[in-house]
Design a binder for this molecule. Sequence first.
Ligand SMILES: [Zn+2]
Length: 342
Amino acid sequence: MARTASQAQTQARAKGQTKKQTQDEAQSETQNWAPRVVPDLFRIPGQERVTGILARLLSRPPRVLLLEGGTADEREKLGLYWTALLNCMAVSPFPPSLSSPASAQDRPTEPRPCEHCPACTRIRDGVFLDLIYMDGREGRIGIDAVRQLRGLLGQAPRDAKRRVVVLGEAQELTEEAANALLKSMEDTETRNAYVLLAPQRERLLRTLVSRSWVATLSWDLDKVQEREGEGELDTEWTEALTRFLKTGQGWFARTMVKTQVDRSLAFHLIQVSRQALIHACQGRPDSSLARIVHEQGHPQAWRTIDLRLDEAEQGLRTQVAPALVLDWLAVGLRCALRAPLR
Ligand SMILES: [Zn+2]
């Protein structure tokens, strides 16, 4: 949900005038939609390929940009980076690199936010008035929050080249809210740009995806951290999980010895499974776990597995017993792989 949107709703209802907002009143509400201040906003190591794509999109910016993949923090940064690129006063919308097929040597560098103009500094400091950031990490984004925006979206941007509406973790949009948003995208001010952030496009309403230009962030596939001194134990558990997915056997005997299962092991197994899922989706299964997911799975199953992994991680964070989380996860993954394609 949008930051303190419920407070804003209460205020709006009290005023009894959601439709007849003046620009200033509408604007004052957008302050509830300020983004987080992200340190080191303009440095996004490992995502140079995507910043390059964004630079090339600048000559004809898509109305709706969907950024998938990477981590939630990387997606957030790139959403704000795109906002800066669209609004930076030092960036020309027509980079010469597009028109002149120069050699690699004398090709001008790709445009990037200057970091110093008023637009860049305001975006960096989280005070850019024409940026509306709704953050799904804070809960579901409901219809009320989207409706509240509508009055504002019909007006010209306050003082930016483009008003940018970022839907952080857009998979948290309710279906109703997503449909309302689609309508806004179609019939409001053309200087509005929309950014959807999501782990995978499959988790969004199909109509939203079809309206979007999709850029996939690089996955840091080698980031699964080895737990110090636990290499052998980790391999054993990964193999046990793989065996359980294949045969349905040998898992619960392991997790029953609860002293063996701690949070760090559970997090590790979630990470390993996520890596296997990504490799399987990319058609390059390079571990026995990834091979199972690849051979027995299909896009629908992969989507379910992705959700189960998220839920397992959330469970761990809310202090559910690690052994319980792992049992639940193992069963969930096996069911996902065995479910017939609907
Ligand atoms: Zn700038």
